[in-house]
Design a protein around this ligand. Structure first.
Ligand SMILES: Cc1cc2nc3c(=O)[nH]c(=O)nc-3n(C[C@H](O)[C@H](O)[C@H](O)COP(=O)(O)OP(=O)(O)OC[C@H]3O[C@@H](n4cnc5c(N)ncnc54)[C@H](O)[C@@H]3O)c2cc1C
Length: 385
């Protein structure tokens, strides 16, 4: 067992840190927040330097890195700025569907354009009546003369308004029993937006405001058969396979957000004086930092372990769920405590920590809520019950 990063991992972390420190700017993040605008320029620059979906094969413009190295990059980005880091990472997350289940043509068409920064993408699983439970879908796609006719609504879709393609989970065999055996994933292209496919922004939200959150409405949209991902009837299993991996990435986001808030508070505590001393001198303040430090360190270990196992080809649902549950949970706790260190100043935008606090909240909701992760961990502890 070796807890040290190797030389190549150290170089990746340093390069990601250098890039994020130079390019991510808090004032810009607040400006983009107001306009609900995606940090497109930074996304493209990050892609040029190989930081976007670096786990994709070299054949499609990636670097063939492991999930572990990707987690390190994601942590650095979300640490440098929670809003910019999260937005950039979320735009490439759907890649995982393509590179695991897509064919060569699809990978050339979509993956290569994500790694080059030309494309951003969106995942469309959630429906108004199906959130935590995606074992059945109201969105239906019926095959007819070499294409599918897609109808239904998706909601909360991140980057919905800017995505160049959407991976849409739908029922292609409505008579299947159980229902999840009749689901498939269709890739819907941005240029299909029109009368039969509409994308509507959902409006103001608490955090991750550099991403849009949209409703997708399909009304008998024709989707060519070649846009089917893998085989028909595999959609639910593909979604579960996707989660195994994406949860680890979300957990890495959480470690980054927590570490970023910690760093801001740490600096402030050494500078801010009350009762003629830096507030860092007060033992109760130090205890707060100890708690935060321990939580972040534990979360990082869980993320690295889950990512390491994944890269070794070991599929461990419990390890991924533990990393996602714990890291998201502590990101909420750490950002809360970090803001507390700032007292009243933390409540204002100037000190930036309030944005980390707002951005952290989603981490326990998307990609499977905290409760669902606990269900997975609990079930794995009592198999067969
Ligand atoms: C900002 C944002 C971005 C998102 N981005 C995307 C995206 O890009 N693509 C996408 O497809 N979806 C996305 N989602 C949707 C997200 O994944 C869902 O909101 C989430 O899975 C929960 O579904 P729900 O909101 O319908 O809540 P529900 O499933 O209705 O759950 C409500 C509450 O009940 C609890 N609960 C439900 N079932 C159980 C159970 N069996 N045991 C214990 N507790 C349970 C939940 O944990 C939760 O606390 C996004 C959501 C948000 C808010």
């Amino acid at each position: 067992m070796n807890f040290e990063l190797n030389q190549s991992q150290k170089a990746i972390v340093n390069a990601a840190r250098e890039f994020a420190t130079k390019e991510f700017d808090s004032e810009l993040a607040y400006e983009l927040e107001k306009k609900h605008e995606f940090p497109m320029e930074i996304y493209k620059k990050a892609a040029k330097l190989g930081f976007v979906a670096p786990y994709v094969d070299e054949a499609y413009g990636g670097d063939g890195l492991g999930i572990l190295e990707n987690a390190m990059i994601v942590e650095e980005f979300c640490k440098a700025d929670s809003s910019i880091g999260l937005a950039i990472d979320l735009a490439s997350l759907p890649c995982k569907f393509l590179y695991r289940f897509g064919n060569h043509d699809q990978n050339e068409r979509y993956l290569s354009k994500i790694t080059s920064g030309e494309f951003g993408a969106a995942i469309a699983l959630t429906e108004p009546d199906h959130g935590s439970d995606i074992t059945q879908m109201d969105t239906v796609a019926i095959k007819n003369n070499g294409s599918y006719r897609l109808s239904g609504n998706k909601t909360f879709i991140t980057n919905g308004t800017i995505a160049d393609f959407y991976t849409v989970l739908c029922q292609t065999d409505p008579d299947a029993s159980p229902k999840y055996k009749g689901m498939s994933i269709l890739i819907v292209d941005r240029d299909m937006i029109g009368k039969r496919f509409q994308v509507n922004e959902l409006g103001e939200k608490m955090g991750i405001r550099l991403t849009s959150s949209a409703e997708l409405v399909f009304d008998d949209l024709e989707v060519p058969e070649e846009n089917l991902l893998g085989k028909p009837g595999r959609g639910f299993y593909q979604a579960m396979g996707f989660f195994e991996e994406s949860k680890i990435e979300i957990a890495a986001q959480a470690v980054g957000v927590a570490q970023g808030a910690f760093d801001l508070a740490y600096q402030y505590a050494k500078e801010r004086k009350q009762f003629d001393k830096p507030i860092a001198c007060f033992q109760s303040m130090q205890h707060k930092f100890v708690d935060m430090y321990l939580k972040i360190e534990n979360a990082r270990h869980l993320v690295h372990k889950a990512a390491f196992k994944f890269d070794q080809g070991q599929r461990d649902h419990r390890a991924a769920a533990m990393a996602k549950y714990y890291a998201a949970n502590i990101a909420n706790e750490v950002t809360y405590d970090a803001l507390q260190v700032f007292g009243g100043y933390g409540y204002f935008q100037e000190y930036k920590v309030e944005r980390y606090y707002r951005d952290a909240r989603i981490l326990s909701i998307y990609e499977g809520t905290a409760e669902i992760q606990k269900n997975i961990i609990g079930t794995s502890l009592f198999p067969g019950l």
